[in-house]
Design a protein around this ligand. Structure first.
Ligand SMILES: CCCCC/C=C\C/C=C\C/C=C\C/C=C\C/C=C/C(=O)SCCNC(=O)CCNC(=O)[C@H](O)C(C)(C)COP(=O)(O)OP(=O)(O)OC[C@H]1O[C@@H](n2cnc3c(N)ncnc32)[C@H](O)[C@@H]1OP(=O)(O)O
Ligand code: FAD
Length: 643
């Protein structure tokens, strides 16, 4: 199962080696992080990042190994933006000459970059950005300027204190004409003494949610006061500006300017299963250790994992972790394919890839963030302790619902893709993830044939149910949209339904990828059978949760919906014996989990007790402030107490 989770034996070995490297090195200790102040916390992160870079070079780690190393260090920092956004932006949007100049500098970290798109006034609406890049023909330069307070760049990670360079998105202006938003490579700091270059105002935007997690990142603010950069620092794969000031567009579509976001959204989907599996591992192990009620004749109480209600909250999350792992793997292969096509100037699959990365980013991050919080509740009161590992994990993870495309905004992008697909149905056969929309007639006409709970243990029945629900919701939206004279007004009016239809489409993708995975790639019958159980749990849990959709579209009868729920209860009993094996298969080490409740050895209570004594408040019996503020209250002699 560890191999199935990792994707291959080699993938398992690489990640396992890197997990151990990090866990066994005292530099990467992280349990005390929540006790540190912001400055100490930040310096500590800089120290770890520098040491990690030294390890990467000394040990000659591959790109894959370096990624795992950074992952297991488990502290967001400037290198994430450098490797995941700055470098890919140059790779995707730079010309050959630009790549030749900038990539070697970035790949050896002689320069450190960030991705400066969002502003104080605009994040989602990229076309609304206000920073200007005005071409000056006399000097062959662009003048970067922040004309308003709201045009201040706001959020870019690593920008406040570390990055030497940034890809800055700004409105291109030539001779007073606006030519859309483009990316520019801008140096921010001196490579000699790290001071901000003239004309730039740079700072940190302030503390963020959760203490010890995202505050390791220096998210920054940046303002330009007429800062000049050479013309050849505009990323020019998509559009070019000549020294005469002529604006030209190559046959590469404009959407490629958004390519870095497609790349990162793909990574975010791949990472969702890591965060969810971490929370599920903690909650499952603790649910086996924790006992409440049910003692008979002085025997042990019931392990809380044996309560059906606990199973009904925990096991769908376990199944979701596996579903997200597989859909992440699938999306990566889709992305690699589109990347190769884009390099060969084949842009045909970009719209579908954009819809998949946007939609699955929204689906997986929302479910993971909610899932982590549910795992915290599944651990009862102790889940609220920092030492459970869950509050910090939640604080670290929850901004994923907003960054790289706010989730609802992303679902509306999926909706645009679906509406377009439906409106083209007469003359363009949909392919890939939208192929089912080419079979609307049977999907709209045939209803579910399930008659017994057993009938739900059938991948074809499940797939058809999810296809029929999504098709009916999408087609329904299409029909209602057609009644509006102005399509944009219609889209806005129906946006709630469109987001729901997009979710149904994305859930269909996750379910069908899970089923495909079982059909083709699982080594070993035992592993395959166990994963089949999780696949059914995932699908039937979604069906139960969204049964309103399945009933309202008329595909299911109430009886069939209740049979699905009956089957789900039976499936939970099948998951229970393997629950610990399922979570051990994630191969998460104690160092990575950073959780007393999720310890591999289950030694929860003595370690919880021990961890409590490490709190700085327990350094002495009488702490600072008691003499000054409590003793006087105790000692005052009032005639009567009144509050
Ligand atoms: C950085 C590492 C992250 C890895 C995370 C993994 C694990 C976590 C580990 C550590 C974490 C630590 C740090 C990292 C954390 C965070 C970093 C965050 C970075 C950022 O947030 S960067 C800023 C991201 N900003 C956004 O995502 C903005 C969202 N808005 C948009 O994308 C667009 O503006 C819009 C909403 C899509 C609308 O676009 P608009 O220009 O108005 O045009 P439209 O008319 O709507 O569309 C035009 C056309 O283009 C199509 N389209 C839109 N986007 C794309 C795309 N990306 N690719 C291809 N095509 C696209 C659209 O569908 C339209 O097509 P038509 O055919 O209909 O014309
Ligand atoms: C931790 C973190 C790290 C970040 N790192 C970076 C970075 O490195 N570089 C960078 O450039 N940016 C970064 N960002 C910014 C991030 O990309 C934006 O915050 C994100 O894209 C969301 O945009 P917004 O803040 O403008 O949200 P808004 O769009 O203002 O969202 C507010 C609300 O409005 C709704 N809404 C907006 N538009 C619509 C619409 N058309 N229809 C319906 N509802 C709508 C949303 O659903 C949401 O509920 C980061 C953000 C965070 C939280």
């Amino acid at each position: 199962m560890k191999v199935a989770w990792a994707g291959s034996r080699e993938a398992f070995q690489v990640s396992d080696r890197m997990a151990k490297l990090v866990a066994n090195d005292p530099v990467f200790e992280k349990f005390s992080k929540p006790m540190l102040g912001r400055k100490e916390l930040f310096k500590n992160t800089l120290r770890k990042a520098a040491y990690a870079w030294k390890l990467i070079n000394d040990l000659r780690l591959t790109e894959e190994e370096a990624k795992w190393l950074r992952h297991y260090i488990d502290e967001p920092n400037y290198t994430d933006l450098h490797w995941e956004m700055f470098v890919p932006a140059i790779e995707g949007q730079g010309t050959k000459e630009q790549k030749k100049k900038w990539l070697p500098l970035a790949q050896t970290m002689q320069i450190i970059g960030t991705y400066a798109q969002t502003e104080l006034g605009h994040g989602s609406n990229v076309q609304g950005l206000e920073t200007t890049a005005t071409f000056d023909r006399q000097t062959d330069e662009f003048v970067m300027h922040s004309p308003t307070l709201t045009s201040s760049k706001w959020w870019p990670g690593g920008m406040a204190k570390v990055a030497t360079h940034a890809i800055v998105y700004a409105r291109l202006i030539i001779d007073g004409l606006f030519h859309g938003v483009h990316g520019f490579i801008v140096q921010l700091r001196s490579l000699e003494d790290h001071s901000p270059l003239p004309g730039l105002t740079l700072g940190d935007i302030g503390m963020k949610f959760g203490h010890g997690t995202y505050n390791t990142m220096d998210n920054g603010v940046l303002r330009f006061d007429h800062v000049r950069i050479p013309r050849n620092q505009m990323l020019m794969r998509v559009s070019q500006v000549t020294k005469e000031g002529k604006y030209a567009q190559s046959d590469v579509p404009r959407q490629l300017l958004y390519g870095t976001m497609v790349s990162v959204r793909q990574t975010i989907v791949a990472d969702a299963s890591k965060a969810l599996s971490r929370a599920v591992c903690i909650a499952t192990r603790y649910s086996v250790v924790r006992r409440q009620f049910g003692s008979r004749n002085g025997g042990p109480e019931t392990q809380v994992i044996d309560y059906k209600t606990q199973q009904s909250r925990l096991f769908p999350l376990l199944a979701s972790a596996y579903a997200f792992r597989f859909v992440g793997e699938w999306l990566k292969s889709l992305y690699i394919d589109v990347k190769q096509r884009l390099e060969a100037n084949d842009f045909s699959t970009l719209p579908e890839t954009h819809a998949c990365t946007a939609g699955l980013k929204a689906l997986t991050t929302a479910a993971t963030a909610d899932g982590i919080e549910e795992c915290r509740k599944l651990c009862g009161g102790h889940g609220y302790l920092i030492s459970s590992g869950l509050p910090e994990l939640f604080a670290f993870y929850v901004p994923a619902c907003s960054y790289e495309g706010e989730n609802v905004v992303m679902m509306l992008q999926v909706a645009r893709f679906l509406v377009k697909t439906v409106s083209n149905l007469g003359y363009k056969q949909p392919v890939g993830t939208a192929a089912y929309l080419g079979r609307v007639t049977p999907l709209l006409q045939n209803n579910c044939a399930v008659q017994t709970a057993e009938d739900w243990l059938n991948p074809d029945a499940i797939l058809e149910a999810f296809e029929a629900r999504a098709a009916r919701m999408v087609i329904g939206c299409g029909e209602r949209l057609a009644m509006f004279e102005n399509p944009e007004e219609g889209f806005a009016e129906l946006s709630i339904d469109l987001v729901e239809a997009s979710l149904a489409h994305c859930q269909l993708i996750t379910v069908s990828v899970f089923i495909q995975k079982l059909n083709h790639e699982i080594p070993g019958n035992g592993v395959k059978r166990s994963l089949e159980v999780l696949c059914y749990v995932y699908a039937l849990f979604l069906l139960h949760k969204h049964q309103g959709d399945f009933l309202a579209t008329g595909y299911l009868t109430p009886k069939q919906a209740s049979l699905a729920n009956e089957q789900l209860r039976t499936l939970y009993s099948k998951v229970r014996p393997n629950a610990i094996a399922f979570v051990d298969s994630f191969n998460h080490m104690d160092h990575y989990l950073c959780s007393v409740l999720g310890r591999y050895d289950g030694n929860v209570y003595p370690k919880l007790y021990e961890a409590a004594w490490k709190d700085p408040l327990n350094d002495s019996d009488i702490v600072d402030g008691i003499q000054q503020y409590v003793q006087p209250i105790l000692k005052q002699k009032l005639h009567y107490a009144k509050l």
